[in-house]
Design a binder for this molecule. Sequence first.
Ligand code: NAP
Length: 295
Amino acid sequence: MSSAGKIEHAVIVGVGLIGGSLGRSLRNRSGVARITGVGRSVANLDEAVNLGIIDSYTNDVKSAVSDADFVLVATPVLQMPEVLQAVGEGARSDVVITDVGSVKGHIVDIANDALGDLKNRFVAGHPIAGTEHSGAGASFEALFENREVILTPTPTTDADALSVVEAVWRDSGANLVTMDVETHDRILSATSHMPHILAYALVDHLARQPDSGQHFDLAAGGFYDFTRIASSDPMMWRDVCLTNKAAMISSLKAFSYDLNSVIDAIQREDGHSLYDLFTRSKVARDRALFGRRKG
Ligand code: NAP
């Protein structure tokens, strides 16, 4: 039996797409018998019960975690300080706490402040998996299969807590990657956070054109492929921008510089530069996709 098999009572704070998907895996793959949900909207929590993700629910984090041995925090990032504070006040000393937030430096900092004596029981994590949909109804058990999950333990993280969190993610089918928070926030600002901002900005740019209806009517599949993620939850991405500010500004400025170079090349009618850029880009993308499919 894996270390995850030691979990008797799991609490999920935020039973949405990510929390609900890991909840399904905790139930069906890690064999956790009892799962309690914590959230604000009764409709979402009722749906999570009906889908068999959680057994019961409450809106009180502190009481929910009092006899939990595993706590998953899967709310939007700016909701986490209050949630972690309540976990720190209510949980047992041997609890294992983890999160799935899309930024890591900010969350590790607030966990250190909010969790008090339990801070070494916290293992920060980020699954590189998701969809543009939200809520328990959008969750599915296979979401993490063959996807990377980044863990950012610190030198003081308890080894047994880390091994439980690793086992939970392995049970879900994920591939584990460990890195420090700065590396996580820098790389993810470029590969995940910036594409979402570009998609939102592009759709908003077109929506504000006087003849925006005609723009959208005539948009091809490529436009909808490129902008699928602009249908994601605005609150989630607002929180990511506000909590990974320095890395995002750096990524966006570097990209903006490169975009200006493309404008210049078009202006100069520099077909060689444009062809070289598009070829480099196609090769890099095809190679990255092929590598993922093989993996
Ligand atoms: P989601 O589907 O909207 O789920 C978030 C859940 O948190 C909702 O069910 C919401 O329900 C609940 N919630 C919000 N505030 C709360 C609070 N104060 N206390 C308790 N529950 C609260 O969002 P998600 O996509 O699963 O994202 C959750 C986290 O995963 C975020 O931190 C995000 O950065 C991270 N993440 C997302 C993706 C992705 O692609 N979506 C990928 C990787 C990581 P109520 O509003 O009813 O309370």
